[in-house]
Design a protein around this ligand. Structure first.
Ligand code: IPD
Ligand code: CA
Length: 265
């Protein structure tokens, strides 16, 4: 955990200044996408260098750099250097660095041993180690205790227009929207999952995600007492790319609702 948080803090150090620059650039016509791409790559490079220094044999799976197989085939870092890139580009202060340590047990079978999600703008460091609970900074996390669906607030995100999950995702949205107190599309899946662990969202779902969007957030929620599953089958969300997460009381109802629109399609 010390290795992970030190690497994340070092990688995050320039981000508030970058964010300030992006805010300033909103009024220029040049746009900020290239600037943010540079920040994204630099963040990933620092994370890779720092983690490699501390654990030279471990492999990597990174959003920008892809997979690097390590000498130790059992351990790899799963990294999203900036989750919530579109928010960053638009100077919306909701994005994070996400790092998970994955242990490969057998081909197609793995577990997440440790997780760090860091929101540099609000200085919130979410951490979890398997079996040791989840924390934000020094505070222990617990998922919400809300059990009435009509009072529950859910986070989600939409796959891009034209992607295979797009229509299905809209049907899911309508189904849950009718029954819940509210839905938020905040734009950073990893941070959204950390918000479920913190009890801020009562639940979350998404289709079409990547491993690095989910790996750290899943462990945070489990360690905070919540339930995380895939949506359509009994498989690992990391493999299916679909995730349904909530507190224990609401998870069965949320999962049922998310499954209905596929049957009706
Ligand atoms: C995206 C965000 C977003 C989710 C997208 C992801 P990125 O990651 O997590 O919330 O809806 O599916 O691709 O591109 O900002 O790292
Ligand atoms: Ca992402």
């Amino acid at each position: 955990m010390n290795v992970m948080t030190a690497a994340v803090l070092k990688a995050a150090r320039p981000l508030p200044r970058d964010f300030g620059e992006v805010e300033r650039l909103q009024v220029s016509r040049k746009g900020t996408a290239n600037f943010v791409t540079v920040a994204d790559r630099r963040t990933e490079k620092t994370l890779r260098e720092e983690l490699q220094k501390a654990r030279p044999a471990f492999g990597f799976l990174m959003e920008e750099g892809g997979e690097i197989v390590g000498k130790d085939p059992e351990h790899r870092w799963v990294i999203d250097p900036i989750d919530g890139t579109t928010n960053f580009i638009h100077a919306i202060p909701y994005f994070c660095i996400s790092v998970a340590l994955e242990k490969i047990i057998a081909p197609g079978k793995s577990e997440i041993l440790a997780a760090v999600i860091y929101d540099p703008i609000h200085n919130e460091m979410f951490t979890a180690e398997k079996g040791q609970g989840a924390y934000v900074n020094d505070k222990k996390l617990a998922v919400s205790r809300r059990d009435d669906f009509s009072e529950a607030l859910f986070g989600t995100g939409s796959p891009r227009f034209g992607s295979p999950n797009y229509d299905l995702s809209n049907r899911m949205l309508h189904t849950v929207r009718e029954k819940a107190a509210g839905i938020r599309f905040c734009g950073a899946a990893a941070l959204d999952l950390a918000y479920v662990a913190a009890g801020r969202f009562d639940g979350y779902w998404h289709t079409g995600l990547q491993r690095w969007d989910m790996a750290a957030g899943m462990l945070l929620i489990q360690e905070a007492g919540g339930v995380v599953s895939s949506i359509h089958a009994d498989e690992n969300p990391l493999d299916s790319g679909t995730v349904c997460a909530a507190n224990r009381l609401l998870h069965p109802a949320l999962l049922n609702m998310l499954r209905v629109p596929k049957a009706a399609a």
